[in-house]
Design a protein around this ligand. Structure first.
Ligand code: FNR
Length: 184
């Protein structure tokens, strides 16, 4: 079967390690897997007042992309031992019950890269917790913490570390299995 996955990066930075990994994932995914990416920078700050009478158009477009997908694949940095505000903002919009919570029952997988040793472990834990609170079906294993990312991603954004490439590839394979198991 075909898998249509929506990929988002928790970093908006042009030369972001996480953006590079998301791009590499889209390129290395198998033929039956398509990863469309969505840029979170277009979303306004969450404000319950903006949900009155329907969501803003850009939020609608983001939520529509999630509804059309079989799963959500997140690649995120860690800021101050937590998830970036832009990512939490996106989760809050998508998972709000005011209009339609599009995270509910949506399979989700989380990975992330950082130049430090812990490789976004704290951040990923928070992301998984918030997604679970919104009703997503979060894949817990395998965990992919990409530490020392500055040594594993080249100047042009390619993953230069074979083990990292293999782990991203294998986590995508696990994710499609997870989607199959969870029945979306
Ligand atoms: C960081 N960084 C960071 N790294 C980490 O491993 N744990 C942390 O708690 C933090 N905290 C933190 C806070 C803030 C405000 C910034 C800007 C950065 C470093 C971070 O991992 C590094 O900047 C990455 O390069 C960010 O990811 P992208 O943008 O390269 O994808």
């Amino acid at each position: 079967r075909q898998f249509n996955i929506l990929g988002i990066s928790g970093s908006l930075r042009r030369n972001s390690f996480n953006r590079h990994i998301l791009k590499a994932a889209t390129e290395m995914s198998e033929d039956h897997v398509t990863i469309h990416t969505y840029d979170l920078s277009v979303l306004p700050l969450f404000n319950g007042d903006l949900e009155t009478g329907g969501d803003p158009e850009v939020v609608n477009a983001f939520k529509h992309a999630l509804t059309e997908s079989d799963g959500l694949f997140i690649v995120t940095p860690e800021y101050h031992q937590g998830m970036p505000g832009v990512l939490k903002n996106a989760i809050d919009w998508a998972g709000s019950d005011a209009n339609h919570n599009v995270l509910k029952n949506l399979p989700a997988a989380v990975t992330g890269a950082s130049p430090t040793m812990l490789g976004t472990a704290f951040s990923q834990q928070q992301v998984k917790q918030s997604l679970t609170a919104a009703g997503s079906l979060v894949m817990q294993k395998p965990s992919v913490f990409i530490s020392f990312a500055n040594q594993k991603i080249g100047e042009n954004g390619d993953i230069t570390d074979e083990d990292t490439s293999a782990r991203v590839k294998s986590s995508l394979r696990s994710f499609t299995k997870w989607i199959d198991d969870k029945g979306k």
